[in-house]
Design a protein around this ligand. Structure first.
Ligand SMILES: Cc1cc2nc3c(=O)[nH]c(=O)nc-3n(C[C@H](O)[C@H](O)[C@H](O)COP(=O)(O)O)c2cc1C
Length: 311
């Protein structure tokens, strides 16, 4: 049996039910099938698919990705074929995989999220991840994620239209993460996922122009990890809901660190571009860590450090 299927890695808190605590972060694993020769979807507890919108979008002008010290800055701008195509084509080949499927939905208006939830209801996906943290949209996106009022309206509207469990993807650009989580939880949220990227600009000193076609993008990768861990720690204070932590996960050690801070599961994003086989490596590392440290299951790692300072 592969470590990824070992029952000691099972995650079971509230609506978060995963065979192991390693997810793919949306936007770094395509629609699940593209990478299957180098990164098998079944190695993951769940795969969050590339973000979708109500209508097809052509995305931002190139270049869309630039490296920086400790990470990358992307401004893909949610290029996608829209929710209808997603339901009719993208989800179908994934049904045979032994993993959970997460649809990542994005809106420029509040109502976009509600209409997409209606379209997804009845489709074979396991979770809807409401993305209120995309920094690469001119309207909506991350602006919704900073306002408890918008969060309440989006989550309650989506909740009314679907029975599918709901994740909310938070931006690190919040003044008070507790207020944001409370607004979502009061309106039917099931799971918190965090973090999305940090707004960032890179300038070419020779052309004296921004490198990205969109000027600004979102920064992710190893450099953001300590800040992401900080926000998981704060989120854990705000809620008993399951938390999926991400931001710079590059190894099983990083996964352990997120879990000690309070995450029930982690997602790998940018590091897929360096090591597409990372899910299996994290699962194997978690097994060895549990044996060495006397943990029977991953749920015992979750919040281990956090509890010593907060209970
Ligand atoms: C190229 C790229 C595309 C992304 N697209 C999305 C997206 O469509 N929806 C979303 O919620 N997050 C998106 N993200 C953010 C990641 O899911 C993740 O939250 C972020 O990159 C932090 O994790 P990391 O440091 O492990 O990459 C994208 C990130 C990258 C690098």
């Amino acid at each position: 049996m592969l470590a990824t299927d070992n029952p000691r890695l099972r995650v079971s808190r509230g609506k978060l039910q995963l065979k192991n605590p390693v997810l793919s972060a949306s936007g770094t694993f395509g629609y699940g099938t593209e990478l299957q020769d180098i990164a098998h979807p079944e190695h993951y507890g769940g795969i969050a698919l590339k973000g979708i919108t109500l209508k097809p979008r052509s995305g931002n002008p190139p270049p869309r990705l630039v490296e920086a010290v400790g990470g990358v800055i992307n401004s893909v701008g949610l290029q996608n074929d829209g929710v209808q195509d997603f339901v009719e084509k993208k989800v179908i080949p994934l049904q045979s995989y032994n993993t959970t499927i997460i649809a990542n939905i994005n809106g420029v208006q509040l109502e976009d999220y509600w209409m997409m939830a209606e379209k997804l209801e009845g489709s074979p996906i396991d979770y809807i991840e409401i993305n209120v943290s995309c920094p690469n949209l001119k309207e909506g996106g991350v602006e919704f994620g900073k306002s408890p009022k918008s969060i309440a309206a989006i989550v309650s509207g989506v909740r009314k239209r679907t029975t599918i469990p709901l994740m909310l993807k938070l931006t690190p650009q919040v003044t008070d993460i507790k207020e944001i989580i409370k607004a979502a939880e009061d309106n039917g949220l099931d799971i918190v996922t965090l973090i999305n990227t940090y707004p960032a600009i890179v300038i070419d000193i020779n052309t004296k122009k921004p490198v990205l076609g969109n000027i600004r993008g979102g920064f992710s990768g190893p450099a953001v990890k300590p800040m992401a861990i900080n926000l998981v720690w704060e989120a854990r204070k705000a809620t008993k809901l399951p938390i999926v932590g991400m931001g710079g996960v590059c190894s099983w050690q990083d996964a352990v660190e997120f879990m000690l801070a309070g995450a029930d599961a982690v997602a790998v994003g940018t590091w897929h571009f360096i090591n597409p086989g990372i899910a299996l490596e994290i699962a194997e590392g978690l097994m060895a860590y549990m044996d060495k440290n006397g943990f029977e299951s991953v749920s015992e790692i979750t919040g281990y450090t956090w509890r010593q300072y907060n209970e």
